[in-house]
Design a binder for this molecule. Structure first.
Ligand SMILES: CC(C)(COP(=O)(O)OP(=O)(O)OC[C@H]1O[C@@H](n2cnc3c(N)ncnc32)[C@H](O)[C@@H]1OP(=O)(O)O)[C@@H](O)C(=O)NCCC(=O)NCCS
Length: 141
């Protein structure tokens, strides 16, 4: 099945938000007001489609020479098939092209291993965000 990863256009933002709704709001119980935090307009969004259907997303928010990766999500039935890694590889290429020096994220504790495989390093204490345990992670580009 064909997987296509792109930088989402403005018109495609709703497709990204649809994936986030399924994963964060419906599956994980995060409130809509926490997911829709007002930063989407200023972010770069990545969209993964399989056979044309939206299946994954993430967003990148630039802050000087570094950026934050947020809202990384793949629909539950399609996990462990390489979609998450493909989106992260895409955003790493984009970030290098933009001249960024480092990427930072707050990883949910159960998926820290996903980011470690991609080269990220965890630091600092575990903390609660949206009532979910997280840890800060960083990748030098
Ligand atoms: C985290 C998430 C995006 C990963 O997406 P995915 O498409 O399932 O991941 P992939 O199939 O591309 O996995 C890539 C690699 O990471 C590993 N991996 C995936 N999830 C993992 C986990 N929870 N713990 C450890 N390793 C993991 C895979 O085994 C694979 O390893 P390999 O390359 O050695 O075979 C997905 O599980 C998800 O959407 N989770 C719910 C939302 C969420 O928690 N998002 C993160 C917020 S910080």
């Amino acid at each position: 099945m064909a997987l296509v990863i792109t930088r989402a256009t403005r018109a495609e933002l709703d497709l990204c938000l649809h994936v986030r709704r399924r994963v964060f709001i419906e599956e994980q119980g995060v409130s809509e007001s926490l997911d829709l935090d007002g930063f989407d307009g200023a972010a770069i969004h990545v969209l993964a489609r399989r056979d044309g259907e939206p299946v994954g997303t993430l967003r990148l928010r630039r802050c000087g020479s570094r950026a934050k990766i947020e809202r990384v999500a793949v629909l539950a039935p399609l996990r462990a098939e390489g979609i998450g890694r493909a989106m992260m590889d895409f955003v790493h290429r984009l970030a290098r092209h933009e001249g960024l020096e480092a990427l930072e994220l707050h990883a949910q504790v159960p998926v820290i291993g996903f980011y470690i495989r991609l080269g990220y390093r965890a630091y600092g204490p575990v903390f609660l965000d949206a009532n979910i345990e997280h840890r800060a992670m960083r990748l030098e580009l």
